[in-house]
Write a protein that binds this ligand. Structure first.
Ligand SMILES: Cc1ncc(COP(=O)(O)O)c(C=O)c1O
Length: 423
């Protein structure tokens, strides 16, 4: 049996209907923005492998940091123990996070980062003897696949099998251009009618919804409404964090500051699964008590794994280099040029850019479903042409590693342009 046959015998892949899906592609090597399959075919990773890999595949700097850490302390439990790499990550994050973020809690992935934030929001009020059980979230949000994260997510085919089994979530429209007031009014209405604990949102860009973008001024207004009503705010920066929007965090575009932030994906440069939820001092103090029952009884075996922390420290160091900041600006400029050009194409309904994120919506008539036939046609075309792009329905988005070269970016754009001819 070859690798694919063995895979098909034993493995269950994410988001995959195994009866109808094509067999997976076996990747054997990665370097910078490139991946190679077992037959030596080259692919440009134009979505940074689900948005985790800004500094390129097999990055030596991060690999060396991981190796060094592995040979001194690979892991130690974090209940009752601590270590240098965890403290260093915390110190580093204090330098780059919004100034009100004072405490950090480690977990394993974006979903658990969100899970922790939602549990903290609910327990914060519980600890004060107040029963607030509603979470506010955007329509078409995506916050992950564990239960509270799923509850907050609004893309139905991810969650429909579990309808009726979730914590209470009320949705409001996203304040996209022209819909701002509708969104503000909806938030006020929800806050007036429910006992709301928190509002969770993907700041400025809704990734899984197809890179839906909205303005910082609108988010500021929504956060202000929450703050003036004592509702906590949770910025899920799992996708947007660490440079994707052109600033370190999407929240850096805001005048207001959220009470909590969720970080993962690019945190370790796509090497080791790790996540962090960050909090204000006030939230931490809401659990600080002589009463053991007021503690946050949440933890994961690999919490603050030293190797993951070493990878995070190396990644943040890379992000802060002049070279990496220039790459981000270069890709942004390149995207803006492409947006101007492709925006005129008769088959393009809209095109948008923020930082290294680019998305265009294809005019399709009625087939824009998430996994519809247009999406499959496009995906197959991209793969045949050696470019990894995973359209969301009729939306094609590009989110390249920051190290993707100009020539590689041009190849991605040309492939997208050629794809417009087949739909
Ligand atoms: C905004 C956001 N939050 C949370 C998640 C979940 O992260 P993970 O897949 O690591 O659980 C994702 C994943 O795409 C995401 O985009």
């Amino acid at each position: 049996m070859n690798l694919i046959e063995k895979d098909q015998q034993y493995l269950w892949h994410p988001y995959t209907q195994h009866k109808t899906a094509a067999p997976p592609i076996a990747i054997t090597k990665g370097e910078d923005a490139l991946l190679w399959d077992e037959n030596g075919k080259e692919y440009l990773d134009a979505i940074a492998s689900w948005w985790v890999n800004p500094f390129g595949h097999s990055n030596r700097f991060i690999a060396d940091a991981i190796y060094k850490q592995l040979t001194s302390l690979e892991h130690v439990l974090f209940g009752g123990f601590t270590h240098e790499p965890a403290v260093q990550v915390a110190e580093k994050l204090m330098e780059i996070l919004p100034s009100n973020q004072q405490k950090i809690f480690f977990s394993d992935n974006g979903s658990t980062a969100v899970e922790v934030a939602i549990k903290v929001a609910l327990q914060y009020f519980f600890n004060q003897g107040e029963k607030r059980k509603t979470i506010i979230a955007f329509e078409n949000a995506f916050h992950g696949d564990t239960f509270a994260a799923m509850a907050a997510s609004g893309i139905s085919f991810y969650t429909m099998a579990f309808k009726g089994m979730f914590i209470d979530v009320v949705r409001i429209p996203v304040p996209i251009r022209g819909q701002e007031q509708i969104s503000f009014d909806a938030l006020e209405l929800v806050i007036n009618n429910y006992n709301c604990a928190a509002f969770i949102f993907e700041p400025l860009v809704q990734g899984a919804a197809g890179m839906v973008m909205y303005a910082p001024e609108s988010l500021d207004k929504l956060i202000q409404i929450c703050q003036s009503n004592g509702v906590l705010t949770i910025a899920d920066e799992v996708m947007t964090g660490f440079g994707k929007t052109g600033k370190t965090f999407a929240c850096d575009y805001l005048h207001t500051q959220p009470d909590m932030m969720c970080l993962s994906k690019a945190l370790t440069g796509g090497t080791i699964p790790m996540a962090i939820t960050t909090f204000t001092q006030e939230l931490f103090d809401g659990f600080y008590s002589d009463d053991i029952n007021k503690a946050l009884f949440h933890g994961h075996t690999f919490t603050a794994n030293p190797t993951g922390c070493a990878a995070a420290l190396a990644s943040i160091e890379l992000l802060q280099t002049e070279a990496m900041q220039q790459h981000i600006q270069r890709i942004n400029q390149s995207h803006l040029g492409f947006q101007k050009r492709i925006g005129q194409h008769p088959k393009v309904k809209t095109a948008r850019t923020l930082g290294v994120i680019f998305a265009l919506e294809i005019e399709t008539g009625d087939d824009s479903s998430y996994y519809g036939s247009i999406r499959t046609k496009l995906y197959n075309f991209f793969i045949e042409n050696g470019v990894i792009l995973r359209p969301v329905g009729n939306i094609v988005y590009i989110l390249p590693p920051y190290v993707m070269t100009d020539a590689q970016l041009q190849k991605v754009y040309e492939t997208v342009e050629r794809a417009l001819e087949i739909v």
